[in-house]
Design a protein around this ligand. Structure first.
Ligand SMILES: *[C@@H]1O[C@H](CO)[C@@H](O)[C@H](O)[C@H]1NC(C)=O
Ligand SMILES: *[C@@H]1O[C@H](CO)[C@@H](O)[C@H](O)[C@H]1NC(C)=O
Length: 598
């Protein structure tokens, strides 16, 4: 009882005879333990006499299986019309009569000696309503089996009598109707197949059994202790799997505790998106529902496992379905991509404008000062720098991946080398104006060497990079669970950082040289402008490293594009805008005297 009552199970299946359940029900009834629904099998028969009032009340609303039965036409009128005089030769009728009417037949002297009745049977008694008391008319399931058995035997006998040679049991041309022996009937019996009046087919399978068929009964006990067994469903082993059990649930009356169908579960079932997690030490029907792990789904209720979504998919909010992951990259359509692209194009246009101004005033002292050609090289490299930002925007394809870092690295090294060359020019110009200095030829040669040789190393690094492990476009599913990053795999980080490092080295050298020479009295302080622009350049790229390393997804690209644009713009404005200012707005300062200066 403790086991049953401590369980959350409401339905208890009884697989025993009524006598074995009796003690349990008596203890439970004594302690008023209600609320369990009993489900009993064929071995259990509810007999009111066996159970006293309390225990039988506990069985109120039980569900049970009984052998399938149907109405047997004419059977109850046959029972009612039973009479001594009708069946004088029936060997059982005398005893039945004595039992039924509690009397003794005078003609009889050998009937049960236990029955010591004082009364004498008249032979005129009428059964009438007594029939329902004497026979369990509520449950004729066993009687029905006997009824079927008799029918089956009758059919077998009939088939034997009307034997034809086709049935295969007789020798050809010989149908021995005369000799009816049990083994012959048995052969025919195995093969009978007939329909009862209600339409159910009766036959025997290979094992000699008839297909299982049960009625599902509901035991209803009324307050006055009368009871009723109501047929509420059927089990038919012949039916298709889904229709084997049919139940008429609304007609079931549950016990006094449950007005509606009780739920007998240890744990409520798990919704889709969650899976069962068994609780240690408890039956398998007791479980917790835990949400599927990250990246997993289940669309079934009561799932035991969650399934991983495919690589390119990701669970929806409720983890019941996999959705395609979003593909992320910096596109022209979004504001940031558009703004960066627009900045890149306008800045390069601006640089071209500066080139035009320089071309137009190419013979003026300001433009001619400090090596015109280097200025043109720097300006065209800057234009390319601005434009190279475009390679970073848009869906990465093979060509853009190959070109983006390399174009950026080479053009920037050209720009920085140009700056270095310019600084060197400044120094040499200063030295050449001193008495006994080296000639002007030498100065332009050194600048040329610098501007050719320094980017050349960078080109070398890039070529090796392209040959050894070229960058390639990649759909990165590892970085983020819910998005695919369309990005360029740099192939080898070593080359990327060597490229950046070399650029940094060049920039640092230019900065240091420019810084040392900033005080030289050159043409309108170009040394200072170079120092300042290299300072801006270095600051931008120093900030770039930590930002680049901590960014993820398309932010990596944004950071790099931003650094490219900002450093190029810094160089352009620090170095060339002052010159443009003088050329366009202060032509009075654009003189040899001024440029030669003090
Ligand atoms: C059996 O249950 C029914 C339905 O709840 C109830 O009406 C009836 O009184 C119960 N019988 C007994 C003996 O309590
Ligand atoms: C669950 O998902 C499987 C595979 O995606 C599908 O075949 C099945 O129909 C789904 N079941 C339900 C109830 O949505």
């Amino acid at each position: 009882m403790d086991v049953i009552m401590s369980s959350t199970a409401v339905a208890v299946v009884i697989y025993c005879e009524e006598m074995h359940l009796k003690p349990l029900l008596e203890v439970m009834s004594a302690q008023d333990k209600q609320g369990k629904v009993w489900i009993y099998t064929l071995s259990f028969t509810f007999i009111p006499g066996v159970f006293s009032e309390g225990p039988s009340k506990l069985l109120n609303g039980s569900i049970g299986l009984v052998l399938h039965s149907e109405a047997m036409p004419g059977f109850s009128s046959y029972l009612q019309s039973l009479h001594l005089s009708k069946y004088p030769n029936d060997m059982f009728i005398d005893q039945f009569w004595e039992d039924a009417f509690d009397c003794q037949l005078t003609t009889n002297n050998s009937v049960s000696p236990l029955l010591e009745s004082s009364r004498t049977c008249t032979g005129e008694e009428e059964l009438g309503d007594l029939v329902t008391l004497l026979f369990e008319m509520e449950d004729l399931s066993y009687t029905f089996q006997a009824y079927l058995a008799v029918y089956a035997f009758a059919y077998a006998l009939h088939n034997l009598m009307s034997c034809t040679n086709e049935d295969g049991y007789s020798e050809p041309g010989k149908c021995e109707r005369e000799t009816i022996s049990p083994w012959k009937i048995y052969l025919y019996l195995r093969n009978v197949s007939f329909r009862t009046r209600s339409g159910d087919r009766v036959f025997f399978n290979e094992a000699g059994e008839i297909p299982a068929m049960f009625d599902v009964m509901n035991l209803q006990i009324f307050p006055d202790n009368n009871y009723r067994l109501l047929k509420v469903g059927k089990y038919d082993s012949q039916a298709t799997l889904n229709e084997q059990i049919t139940l008429d649930i609304p007609s079931i009356i549950w016990n006094q505790v449950y007005r509606q169908m009780p739920h007998s579960v240890c744990s409520k079932s798990c919704q889709p998106g969650r899976r069962k997690n068994v609780i240690k030490g408890q039956p398998v029907c007791c479980f917790q529902c835990v949400p599927c792990s990250v990246g997993e789904i289940t669309n079934e209720t009561d799932a035991t496992v969650c399934l991983k979504c495919p690589e390119d998919q990701w669970p929806n909010e409720y983890q019941v379905d996999c959705l395609l992951k979003a593909i992320q990259y910096l596109s022209y359509e979004e504001t940031m991509g558009f703004a960066l692209a627009a900045t890149s194009i306008t800045s390069s246009a601006f640089t071209l404008l500066v080139v035009c101004i320089f071309k137009k005033y190419s013979e003026t002292p300001v433009v001619k000062a400090n090596n015109r050609n280097i200025s043109y090289i720097i300006l065209s490299a800057l234009t390319t720098c601005f434009l190279s930002a475009l390679l970073f925007i848009g869906y990465p394809i093979r060509v853009t991946c190959l070109l983006r870092q390399i174009v950026f690295g080479i053009t920037f090294s050209v720009v920085v080398s140009g700056m270095l060359a310019k600084t060197i020019t400044v120094i040499l110009v200063f030295k050449s104006t001193k008495p006994g200095a080296i000639g002007k030829r030498f100065d332009s040669r050194i600048s040329t060497i610098v501007i050719v040789f320094c980017p050349f190393l960078q080109i070398g690094i890039c070529m090796v990079w392209l040959l050894m492990s070229p960058p390639f476009p990649e759909l990165n599913t590892r970085a983020r669970a819910d998005t695919i990053l369309a990005e360029c795999n740099e192939g080898s980080n070593i080359f990327f950082y060597s490229m950046l490092g070399y650029m940094g080295l060049l920039a640092t050298v230019s900065f240091v040289v420019a810084f040392l020479s900033r005080k030289l009295p050159d043409s309108f302080n170009e040394g200072q402008y170079i120092t300042f622009s290299m300072f801006v350049f270095l600051s931008v790229w120093l900030c770039f490293i930590p930002a680049y390393l901590s960014a993820e997804g398309k932010n990596v690209v944004i950071v790099e594009v931003f650094a490219i644009l900002a450093s190029s713009a810094g160089l352009l404005s620090c170095l060339f805008f002052p010159k443009c200012y003088i050329i366009l707005l202060r032509p009075d300062m654009n003189t040899k005297q001024y440029v030669r200066g003090k």
